[in-house]
Design a protein around this ligand. Structure first.
Ligand SMILES: [Fe+2]
Length: 465
């Protein structure tokens, strides 16, 4: 899943959630999108309307729509999921899988937002191998925008922020300063014993890991780095002058922070550091990019920060690091929804593949190590079976990908709690003592990213990271 970075946060042209395939223009479509996920709080009011397969193109169009249907219900108490295939392995390391992403795309007043602007909806799967059970919870992140847009009494929604990627029904294209809408929907992190949901271009929100209640906004970089904005170099060139003009508008009118935190962090397990990156607010309107990298210890103390200027307007989302480099990926604009997991063995030069099946998509896989060898462990992945409108948690044996018995267990989310496509997740094993937990992202995902994206290498840090 690749989200657009903050540099194009005010796109020149608003993007629709999906484009109808041109080949389908002569085909009569259903008059409305059937609701896979209903606006209910009770499983007794389920509405399930299977989508007929008209042809591949049309079916694919509707399948995409179902990945982004609002779920207004929350599961604030743990619900035990039904195992529909296999069983939780007894050697599965117990822990909790957090998955965040957008939850709400349409309000009660006719406005619809782009999936990237959907309010953050945090899902958790708590796996207990002792009892062989998985407990599910889901809750909206109570951001400032959510508090403004959801009526606490009636539960009705009215979008007032158009969002960086959306426009509201009857909303003004120009003059609407409520563009920035931190919905904390992009990634989730546990660090220093605390849990956070992050957004692409704003402060994280801290979450209570047991109840999933929102504790509040956590000003990680602006608390630590108040002087950074003032310390910026001013060379007096045209872009610097333009930046000086833009800053009061962006900070004052659009209420943007000078440094906008991005959602992709890295954990340096060897040095026990949290690495995170910000961009400058004004760079989204200028043909240049400024990135600041921060390194924190487990007490959230800033150990190191370094700023880089790149004379290019870059679309940055994910990145990597080595002992001496930060590595940025210049992304294309796209929304990838995979339906395969590929395991590429560089020693044996072999490829193994697992597919959820036709009209079934998957989210970001997460690797859960079991032993000491590199691929000894499990892959956790959420499956979106749009053909039957169900969500599943699937456990795969990483050493058996492509074999008959690669699926170890499949657990079903109750239909009334079906959820839209998630973005990024975090695995928190329950046996760590200090809460500083490594994020085991899938090597498969990393491989895709590396292959697809152009890399921009940033030079040696003066602090020799
Ligand atoms: Fe991402």
């Amino acid at each position: 899943m690749q989200a657009k970075a903050c540099h194009n946060i005010i796109p020149p042209r608003l993007l629709p959630p999906a484009k109808l395939p041109s080949t389908a223009s002569h085909i009569t479509l259903p008059s409305h999108v059937p609701r896979a996920i209903t606006i209910t709080t009770s499983p007794t009011h389920e509405v399930y309307t299977p989508v007929p397969e008209i042809d591949d193109t049309i079916t694919a169009f509707w399948d995409y729509q179902f990945l982004f249907v609002s779920q207004r219900s929350e599961a604030t108490e743990p619900i035990t999921l039904r195992v529909v295939e296999g069983a939780i392995p007894t050697d599965f390391p117990s822990g909790k899988y957090y998955l965040t992403g957008p939850g709400l795309f349409a309000d009660d007043h006719g406005s619809t937002v782009h999936p990237l602007d959907g309010h953050g909806y945090l899902r958790t799967f708590e796996i207990d191998s002792g009892s062989g059970q998985v407990k599910f919870m889901a809750r909206y992140i109570e951001t400032e925008a959510q508090a403004e847009e959801r009526d606490p009494v009636t539960g009705k929604w009215r979008f007032t922020h158009r969002g960086p990627f959306s426009v509201l029904k009857g909303g003004k294209m120009v003059g609407n300063t409520k563009v920035m809408k931190n919905v904390a929907n992009t990634s989730v992190l546990q660090w220093g014993g605390r849990l956070f949901c992050l957004w692409e271009g704003g402060d994280p929100y801290e979450i209570d890991s047991k109840t999933l209640k929102t504790i509040g906004k956590f000003e990680l970089i602006n608390n630590n780095c108040e002087s950074l904005a003032e310390e910026q170099k001013f060379n007096g060139d045209f872009l610097d002058v333009a930046a000086q003009i833009l800053k009061p508008i962006l900070y004052g009118v659009f209420k943007m922070s000078p440094k906008r935190l991005l959602s992709h962090y890295k954990i340096d397990t060897r040095r026990n550091r949290l690495l995170i990156m910000s961009c400058n607010a004004e760079d989204m309107l200028l043909p240049r990019s400024n990135f600041t990298f921060y390194e924190f210890d487990s007490n959230f103390q800033l150990l190191q920060s370094q700023e880089f200027d790149i004379a290019d307007h870059l679309m940055i989302h994910d990145w990597a690091f080595t002992d001496t480099h930060y590595i940025l990926f210049g992304n294309r604009i796209k929304l990838d929804i995979p339906d395969f997991i590929f395991e590429l063995n560089i020693l044996l030069n072999s490829i193994h593949k697992w597919s959820a099946g036709r009209r079934r998509f998957i989210g970001e896989p997460i690797f859960i190590p079991r032993g000491t060898t590199e691929d000894d462990g499990y892959l956790l992945v959420v499956e979106y079976a749009v053909s039957t409108q169900r969500c599943y948690l699937v456990i795969l044996d990483a050493q058996r990908i492509g074999e008959k018995n690669d699926v170890v267990a499949r657990l079903e989310v109750p239909r009334h709690l079906n959820f839209p496509l998630g973005f990024h997740g975090f695995w928190a094993p329950s046996n760590t003592s200090n809460g500083n937990l490594p994020n085991f992202e899938s090597k498969c995902k990393d491989s895709w990213s590396m292959l697809e994206e152009n890399m921009v290498y940033l030079g040696n840090s003066k602090n020799s990271r």
